[in-house]
Design a protein. Structure first.
Length: 163
C-alpha cells in the first residue's frame, strides 16, 4: 500500500509528564524502570510554547533516557513557582491518559523494585501472547503498574516467538 501523501520524517523523542514531586518520580523511574538522567535543569516559561502555566512560571525538568540515545525519553516536569495544584491520583486508563509500553529484559526484577517502593500494581507478572506484525505468535511475561502520579505502564518481556 503506497502512501499518497508526502510526509515529514518525524520521530517521537520524548514524552513529558507533569509530576507532583520530581524527586520522588525521578527515583521511581531510575529504580523501577532503570532509566538514567539525560538532562536536569530549572527554567522559566516563556508563555509561548507550552499549553500550560504562564509566562514567568518557574519549572524543573528532568529528562530520563532508556537504552536508546535519541528516542524513548521521558521528561518529568514540576511547577516550582507557583506550584501547580494537583488533582487526586486516578488509577485508571482512558481518554487523555497515555499508556506507556516498556520492553523489559527482566519483568520480575521490575516488579520486585516496584513493590519495594509501594507502587500501585494493576497486574503482577503474568504470561500472555499475541500475534506479532510478522505473523508469528509472540509470548510475553507482562506486568502492569502505575507510576507515582498515576501514569500507566505495561512492561513486557518477550519470552519466545512461535509459528
Amino acid at each position: 500500500m503506497s502512501d499518497e501523501f508526502e510526509r515529514a520524517r518525524n520521530i517521537v523523542k520524548r514524552t513529558t509528564l507533569i509530576v507532583r514531586d520530581i524527586q520522588t518520580s525521578r527515583h521511581w523511574y531510575q529504580h523501577v524502570l532503570g532509566l538514567s538522567v539525560y538532562y536536569d535543569s530549572e527554567f522559566i516559561l516563556s508563555g509561548i510554547g507550552l499549553a500550560a502555566g504562564k509566562e514567568g512560571d518557574k519549572t524543573h525538568l528532568i529528562i530520563l533516557k532508556c537504552d536508546d540515545p535519541v528516542i524513548g525519553m521521558i521528561g518529568l516536569l514540576q511547577w516550582i513557582d507557583p506550584i501547580m495544584p494537583a488533582p487526586p491520583i486516578d488509577y485508571s486508563v482512558g481518554y487523555g491518559k497515555p499508556t506507556f509500553v516498556i520492553g523489559s529484559d527482566d519483568v520480575n526484577l521490575t516488579h520486585s523494585r516496584a513493590s519495594e517502593l509501594g507502587t500501585k500494581v494493576h497486574s503482577a507478572p503474568h504470561e500472555w501472547s499475541t500475534l506479532g506484525a510478522n505473523g508469528r505468535m509472540k509470548h510475553f511475561l507482562g506486568l502492569s503498574l502505575f507510576d507515582p502520579d498515576g501514569y500507566f505502564f505495561e512492561c513486557n518481556q518477550l519470552t519466545s516467538e512461535t509459528d
